[in-house]
Design a protein around this ligand. Structure first.
Ligand code: DQA
Length: 150
């Protein structure tokens, strides 16, 4: 019998998410991106996923990673941060995806300012998880594991 190979998953994060821990803690909490990476790496291992967590403030770099995921047929958990609300370039890159895509947010954008109520990403994602703080990422990883098992 062959043992199933672990699936790689990219966990990609957009602008200002490298500042978690000190960025508006009343909204985003006190966990840092490093804390999220540690939790996701451990959960991923238990789900048969090898996670690769990245963050950038640069739209072009983020789009390059989306292209890489499409070429490698790798699943993506994506927190597009502010790009969520206006980046048609990011949305067009995601439309080329070849594997599961779950959009995540720490906060619940629907309960915040009006400009956050639009996501240009949601329509090309399998689903969106928002409002559960760092746990949003863990729920998204569980969703990816289910989608990959289909
Ligand atoms: C966010 C919500 C966005 O509206 C905001 O621009 C962010 C973070 C979240 O995780 O709650 O940078 O994506």
């Amino acid at each position: 019998m062959t043992t199933p190979q672990p699936h790689p998953v990219l966990i990609l994060n957009g602008p200002n998410l490298g500042r978690l821990g000190s960025r508006e803690p009343e909204i985003y909490g006190s966990a840092t991106m490093a804390d999220i990476e540690t939790a996701c790496t451990a959960l991923g291992a238990s789900l048969g996923l090898i996670v690769d967590v990245r963050q950038t403030d640069d739209e072009a770099e983020l789009i390059g990673w989306i292209h890489e995921a499409a070429d490698r047929r790798v699943a993506v958990v994506l927190n597009p941060a502010a790009f969520t609300h206006y980046s048609y370039a990011l949305r067009d890159a995601l439309a080329m995806r070849t594997a599961p895509l779950v959009e995540v947010h720490l906060s619940n954008p629907a309960a915040r300012e009006a400009f956050r109520h639009t996501s240009v990403v949601s329509a090309v994602a399998d689903g969106t998880i928002a409002g559960f703080g760092p746990q949003s990422y863990e729920l998204a990883l569980r969703a990816v594991a289910r989608l990959l098992a289909r």
